[in-house]
Ligand binder design. Sequence first.
Ligand SMILES: NC(=O)c1ccc[n+]([C@@H]2O[C@H](COP(=O)([O-])OP(=O)(O)OC[C@H]3O[C@@H](n4cnc5c(N)ncnc54)[C@H](O)[C@@H]3O)[C@@H](O)[C@H]2O)c1
Length: 371
Amino acid sequence: MTLRYGLIGAGMMGQEHIRNLALLGDARIAALADPDPTQRAQALRVTGPDVAEFADHRALLAAGGLDALIIAAPNHVHLPILKDALAGDLPILCEKPLGLTQRECEEIERRAEGRRAPVWVAMEYRYMPAIARLIEEVAKGTAGRVQMLSIREHRFPFLRKVGDWNRFADQTGGTLVEKCCHFFDLMRLILKAEPLRVFATGGMAVTHLEERYGGRAPDILDHAYVVVDFDTGARAMLELCMFAEGAEWQEEVTATGSRARIDARMPGPTRFEPDGAVRHGQLVISPRGRRGRRVEEVATEAHVLEAGDHHGSTFRQHQEFRAMLQNGGVPAVDLRDGTIAVAGGAAAEESARTGRVVDLPDWRGLACTGS
Ligand SMILES: NC(=O)c1ccc[n+]([C@@H]2O[C@H](COP(=O)([O-])OP(=O)(O)OC[C@H]3O[C@@H](n4cnc5c(N)ncnc54)[C@H](O)[C@@H]3O)[C@@H](O)[C@H]2O)c1
């Protein structure tokens, strides 16, 4: 049976979801909602025919006939859309960040309390091929006990978005929430630990300086360093630079433990490679004692690579989401994971603003309320 998905938000990421869903073979977009007619028309060219079209997500929800929902609208409308969607009983895949702030995410968790259908927060970076291999090797114990984790993202500036929503912190949560919730999520997943405190320093130095939207200047960071202490004694570090599109690797993740260091390296989106060359990720395992270093290319199939900017990670996430719909089970990334990732980013934003270390709540002492 073909699963019918409703898509709310049909922009860049929404269209990546459409293309990746089509690759599953037994799933399709049956309805989409987006207030912008140009975006709807563009998305309908990707879906093909027989898709119900709505300007408002409430009309899509009221029309029914769906098996699942994907929310890929801008960050500041996640909460209002989720308020309506959570009142229904469809499984939901909601793009990161779950909300703009920890408080918004906690409200979402409260509203999901007692709900039977699962809510999965889309964190594609968990599925980036080389990063997924690093997660696997760390879980197998190859690195031993991981004490230090460093994540570096050196990439192109934020792309233009519909309505320029990503230029302002009140619509994104700030760069360290919008972009970097992925990395706080990865830190927790790799270290199997909860963040205790965060120190960050950052600013806007190169990009967006001359831009104005309705007379308003963008207020987001384009570079930052973030240091995070975890409750197991492990430490993590994030280096973000959004004016480094010439870098060989876009993401470099290094987990160093008592037995080995493991590096995962991912290039940026293939469509931005100057010569159009297809480049794949790389995993390097460097045991202590200097013997037995292994270098592995972690490739993505060409047709999957073409379906988006994330090296097949959106496809792999959809495979798992579909398996949950068909066989039951729980989301790989639940609401509490979504909340803690946002809280980490929001704490880093606060630290960069105030110059102070910001403490996080005792997550292990707080029960998760939602699915
Ligand atoms: N996981 C990832 O790697 C990744 C990558 C890119 C974007 N995202 C996330 O996906 C979401 C969308 O980002 P994007 O890059 O596609 O932005 P975009 O601007 O390209 O698209 C957003 C779309 O949502 C529509 N929209 C606005 N308000 C809406 C509403 N109330 N209901 C329905 N649609 C509405 C806009 O008209 C637009 O078509 C954001 O939350 C972003 O953080 C995630």
